[in-house]
Design a protein around this ligand. Structure first.
Ligand SMILES: Cc1ncc(COP(=O)(O)O)c(C=O)c1O
Length: 373
């Protein structure tokens, strides 16, 4: 099933899921079918589309083990979801937000933009304590209102222990926000266990969906703490009542979706998650970590030629392995890998490989063997 769902051409070795994933066959078929239906029937079958939308919410609920689909909104992307949080919370001058010093730009810019309200963003140096979690927790003080981290760092591939961080936040009455784009679809995720208040992830990386359709999880108990900044027909309790002269904000996370949904994206992501949930997240995680281990062992064997940037300890990495050649410029090695159709990225001070669970081992070995030339 996995092999038939992923039909990349033989000449490309795709190690770039941490950037943008290829689609499974089922997703491409779903988008083709949706296009065909639009061209022949228009929106005649809109109720079926709404049914797919609601099944997508259920899939996302399952993927993160949320209590209810009432906690799931479908937004445009990770940055939008982070902004809904940043601009929904009531800030006071002197409030502090803690992030890490390895964050992707979005996860810095959004919080730093609140400086105009006197909110301070502190980036913890993850190497300043015995563990990255200890470094983050050391920054939590009486002014801290929110801790925001990526579950897996986009550059180094470092995986954080979310359960430890969530527990520290809960003990201190601090909100916990997780950008899960580099782990959802690659690793199991349990929002109840890690006690996150907010989780966001666009579909186009490890979830193998398209760009522009994102999960936004907002814990039911935290929902009313977010003031809404966007309004429209879709975010009210009765979205079909267009003549209403009075209206109420939806009781659930649909309140964060102001207008018409991204139905193409919904159909596509629904198909992609169908594949992942059929394979099972435990199986996917095992295969992702197997691939990671294979790459880490390679770089350990070739420590005279490469520095491994990704932490090697089990539990500290996910699907990303970043390395730096010692005798060559990473840019030129990246250029020669690209010329050989090895899809990978320059990130985190080196070259980032990010295969997914379905990547054949022989392809991984092909890419690694090219490093020896
Ligand atoms: C950690 C992290 N957050 C967010 C994003 C992308 O955000 P968006 O979904 O808003 O494009 C990336 C993309 O590389 C990322 O690595």
């Amino acid at each position: 099933m996995q092999a038939s769902e992923f039909q990349l051409d033989d000449f490309i070795v795709y190690l770039n899921h941490a950037a943008v994933s290829p689609w499974p066959k089922r997703t491409a078929d779903a988008v083709r079918a949706f296009a065909e239906e639009n061209a022949t029937w228009g929106s005649r079958h809109y109720p079926d589309w709404v049914e797919t939308e609601s099944r997508l919410r259920q899939q996302l609920q399952t993927l993160i083990n949320a209590h209810s689909t009432d906690e799931i909104a479908l937004l445009k992307n990770t940055s939008e979801a982070l902004s809904v949080v940043a601009y929904g919370l009531p800030w006071r001058r002197g409030d502090k937000i803690v992030i890490s010093n390895q964050e992707f730009s979005t996860n810095r810019f959004v919080w730093q933009s609140l400086a105009k309200y006197g909110v301070v963003t502190q980036a913890a140096d993850l190497s300043s304590a015995a563990t990255p979690e200890a470094a983050l927790i050391a920054c939590l003080d009486e002014d801290t209102r929110l801790l925001s981290v990526s579950s897996v760092q986009y550059g180094t591939g470092l995986r954080l222990d979310l359960d430890v961080l969530g527990c520290a936040c809960r003990e201190r009455g601090i909100l916990f926000c997780v950008d899960a784009i580099q782990s959802l679809g690659a690793l199991t995720f349990d929002v109840q266990r890690c006690q996150a208040d907010f989780v966001m992830a666009d579909g186009h990386k490890w979830m193998t969906g398209p760009e522009g359709i994102a999960l936004f999880y907002c814990r039911a108990e935290t929902r009313d703490r977010l003031d809404l900044k966007q309004y429209g027909w879709h975010m009210v309790e009765n979205p079909g009542d267009y003549d209403a002269t009075t209206w109420e904000i939806a009781h659930n996370a649909r309140r964060f979706e102001c207008g018409s949904p991204n139905m193409v994206g919904i159909h596509a992501l629904h198909a992609s998650l169908g594949v992942l949930l059929e394979v099972g997240m435990e199986n996917i995680q095992r295969q992702v970590l197997d691939n990671t281990r294979c790459m880490i062992e390679y770089f350990e064997r070739h420590a005279d030629r490469f520095t491994l940037i990704t932490p090697r300890e089990p539990g500290r990495h996910a699907g990303i392995v970043t390395f730096r050649p010692l005798r060559e410029n990473p840019d030129s090695l990246h250029a020669s890998l690209s010329a050989a159709n090895i899809a990978c990225a320059l990130r985190g001070g080196g070259i980032r490989f990010s295969p997914h669970f379905y990547t054949p081992r022989r392809q991984l070995e092909t890419a690694l063997s090219l490093l020896e030339n």
